[in-house]
Design a protein around this ligand. Structure first.
Ligand code: ARG
Length: 458
């Protein structure tokens, strides 16, 4: 018989059990569920709501059940619907009637709300750790490539020379913001709904502050209707995870590009690439592609769960059970993607000469040539015009700016002097961009110092 079977004249149809049962996926919440129950029953005993010795018996039995589940000795049952009722049933089987007192003053509605918050608090911390590991890989790569000149792009057209350190540290900043967003979401997750009951609290003198302390929450929710029906923190988390994946997929796209035969900027380690079943020459960037692809399922979880929550009346509705599979899948996907991406990135070979060559083509120093004229007193708009003509001349004659003779420069403007070559060398272009945020070695060293201090602290 079901734990709620009293009101029913017959059992649910088997197909209904299959359809509404969540045990197949919420079993992963067993630890949180038991820890929540341990706090609840301790409080029931302390408040004299149930006899202290009963609380003690329940407490011990729950701990044994936890060990049993940990060691894989427990088979959950679909007919017991979800993790909450499976565990309660195990408890009653174990200690008989005393076990029936655990659910005093509690509902599965505040129980599931509590379990999910406990679970997500842990997951936020673990994802934060994975993001930090990725940041360590990035900053290490940057330190090794402070002088590795490469082309910077806009519109995927060569724009201005930068360094590989400058490029990868852009991602460091993105992941810094992601970690900051996680920390912020953690604050709103860290609120205990326990004591909200089914929706309107309870007539028993529960001590909500006490269970909050026992379970290491920051505060308690101040409205029980909100307590059982708020899932905002899950939506926030899915939004953050979507942003993490968006960042990873941008980085992945660049990895895919950089190891094409056309670019050859990097080479992936053999251990982090794959071959083709037919083409013997292939070395494919599957990890980067899959991370890029898996971004879709995390976005899907966000849109899916936003849609589940849309228009739900207060308070609990069974629709909300749909939060789990999507959230678990999004969390699992991110937790799988981050470490493998980090390992792949840590083992790339940077082809410094190819990057340098890439920066030498495509007139990446044209802005600097125009700035050269400005420094000699010309207005920027006029300098831009002259450089446009010089570039056109180079394109027509298959030349580069640094390859032109001084006579060719003079044919277009007499202002150019022999120091033009020094002014438009790639090294000058990079190292004269010496304001904070820029690619110059001096500035990158400063930014790496700031970010190393950040990693020490967070
Ligand atoms: N399995 C349910 C869920 O995940 C637990 C809460 C059930 N509450 C209820 N009143 N049916 O949402």
């Amino acid at each position: 018989m079901k734990l709620w079977g009293g009101r029913f004249a017959k059992d649910t149809n088997e197909s209904v059990d299959d359809f509404h049962s969540s045990i197949r996926f919420d079993e992963r919440l067993y630890r949180q569920d038991i820890n929540g129950s341990l706090a609840h029953v301790t409080m029931l005993g302390k408040q004299g709501i149930i006899p202290a010795k009963d609380a003690q018996i329940i407490h011990e039995a729950l701990k044994e059940i936890l060990l049993d589940i940990d060691s894989g000795n427990v088979e959950f049952e679909i007919s017991s619907e979800d993790i909450h009722m499976n565990i309660e049933k195990l408890l009653i089987e174990k200690i008989g009637n005393v076990g029936k007192k655990l659910h005093t003053g509690r509902s599965r509605n505040d129980q599931v709300a509590l379990d999910m918050r406990m679970y997500i608090k842990e997951e936020i911390q673990s994802i934060d750790g994975l993001l930090k590991n990725l940041q360590v890989v990035i900053i290490t790569l940057a330190k090794d490539n402070l002088d590795t000149i490469m082309p910077g792009y806009t519109h995927l057209q060569k724009a201005q020379p930068i360094t590989f350190a400058h490029h990868v540290m852009a991602y460091f900043e993105m992941f810094k913001r992601d970690r900051d967003r996680l920390a912020d979401c953690y604050k709103r997750t860290n609120v205990s709904p326990l004591g909200s009951g089914a929706l309107a609290t309870t007539t028993y003198p529960l001590d909500r502050e006490y269970t909050k302390e026992l379970l290491d929450f920051d505060s308690i929710c101040l409205n029980s209707l909100d307590g059982v029906s708020d899932r905002d923190y899950i939506i926030e988390l899915l939004g953050i995870l979507s942003t993490v994946m968006m960042h990873l997929s941008r980085f992945s796209e660049e990895i895919v590009l950089w190891c094409t035969n056309e670019f050859q900027f990097i080479e992936l380690d053999d251990a982090y690439s794959t071959g083709s079943s037919i083409m013997p020459q292939k070395k494919n960037p599957d990890i980067a592609e899959l991370v890029r692809g898996k971004t879709g399922r995390v976005y899907g979880a966000l849109m899916g769960f936003l849609t589940v929550m849309k228009s739900l009346p207060l308070t609990y509705n069974k629709d909300m059970q749909e939060d789990k599979e999507m959230t678990f899948d999004a969390i699992d996907t991110v937790k799988m993607s981050l470490p493998i991406f980090s390992d792949m990135l840590a083992t790339i070979t940077v082809n410094k000469d190819k990057m340098y060559k890439g920066a030498s083509g495509g007139f990446t120093n044209a802005t600097d040539a125009a700035d050269y004229l400005v420094k000699k007193g010309m207005a920027f708009r006029d300098a831009h015009e002259i450089l446009g003509r010089l570039v056109l001349y180079c394109v027509t004659n298959e030349q580069t700016l640094e390859g032109l003779t001084l006579d060719e420069y003079h044919a277009i403007s007499p202002i150019f002097e022999a120091d033009i070559y020094e002014a438009i060398s790639l090294e000058t272009c990079v190292n004269k961009r010496a304001i904070i945020g820029g690619p110059a070695r001096s500035m990158m060293e400063e930014v790496i110092r700031i970010n190393s201090a950040y990693l020490e602290e967070l």
